[in-house]
Design a protein. Structure first.
Length: 303
């Protein structure tokens, strides 16, 4: 008797792998003010993203009244239009699917999710320029000269500019991330009982920053970006799915939205063309973004 695995269970395994890879790779975007929604938008496609700008009003000296010193706090709303639609698509013929022993939809799905996230991040982080974020920062550095002391200098800049201690994020490109990770002072933290560093290269907290390494950090051409420190108000990001219209859905084999408690929604579509004997699998993310507060991001650059 032959053992069989239900096609639905096979697909669930593929999608679980895809979504796990996607969530892991997109984690650096949580540095910013985000609204991830698995509820399809109606009408304008606009999402209201809340953020908390830095307080710039000077503290006053009390004389006879508090009312003279009063100023308003701000929980601000910026409208972000979900108008970006990026997808990874693979196609294969019936013959390829049946006769290629090394065809692995789980592995292909994971690689698709990783590349999709990196391309989405590069698009969103295209706003990281000197013109958008002109505040004080550390001097340009080569990755080979970047270490924990530079991170400390950056933290000092944040303190000098009165950034709140909570909510600071640090995102570095691979060369700068591993320049820090390979430093003995960082790796030897494992000798004190924490083993995630040597095993996973995971140092989620570094000198007061929520720290991430990501291949999705773009150079941005002449900007020569290698990473940045940021508060959530620096960039505003929103996402929401775009489900297929009924007539489109009727000719598709499958459509699913993959989401978790955060509301982040990744979409999966599968359909075929009988005439060319070709199947298509699509992983898609719909999103939008806007520049936030210019004083809430400090660039890390190369010479």
């Amino acid at each position: 008797m032959a053992n069989t695995i239900d096609a639905g269970l096979q697909l669930d395994t593929v999608l679980d792998t895809i979504f796990t890879a996607f969530k892991r790779a997109i984690a650096p975007l949580r540095t910013f003010s985000t609204v991830f929604s698995n509820v399809p938008l109606q009408g304008s496609g606009v999402v209201n993203v809340a953020y908390y700008p830095l307080v710039t009003t000077a503290s006053g000296d009390f004389t006879t009244s508090y009312s003279a010193l009063a100023h308003s706090t701000a929980t601000e709303i910026r409208q972000v239009t979900v108008n970006k639609r990026k997808a990874q698509v693979i196609s294969f013929t019936s013959s390829e699917r049946a006769r290629q022993p090394y065809f692995d939809p789980v592995k292909h799905g994971q690689l698709m999710a990783d590349k999709l996230v990196y391309d989405v991040m590069a698009d969103i982080l295209s706003v990281v320029t000197a013109a958008n974020y002109p505040g004080s920062t550390i001097a340009a550095s080569a990755s080979t000269a970047f270490d924990e002391n530079d991170v400390a200098d950056l933290a000092q800049k944040c303190m000098e500019d009165f950034w709140p201690a909570g909510g600071r994020g640090l995102v570095l490109n691979p060369a700068f991330w591993y320049a820090v990770v390979r430093r003995p002072i960082i790796i030897e933290v494992d000798e004190h009982g924490a083993t995630t560093g040597q095993r996973e290269g995971d140092f989620s907290r570094l000198l007061g920053f929520d720290a991430y390494g990501s291949a999705g950090v773009p150079v941005n051409g002449a900007e020569k970006i290698a990473g940045f420190a940021a508060l959530p108000s620096a960039i505003l990001v929103a996402s929401a799915p775009i489900p297929p219209a009924p007539a489109v859905r009727a000719v598709m084999q499958d459509y699913r939205q993959l989401s978790d408690e955060s509301g982040i929604a990744l979409e999966y579509r599968m359909f075929g063309d009988a005439d060319t004997d070709t199947a298509y699998q699509v992983v898609e993310f719909n999103y939008g973004y806007a520049k936030g507060e210019g004083a809430a991001l400090k660039r890390i650059t190369t010479p």
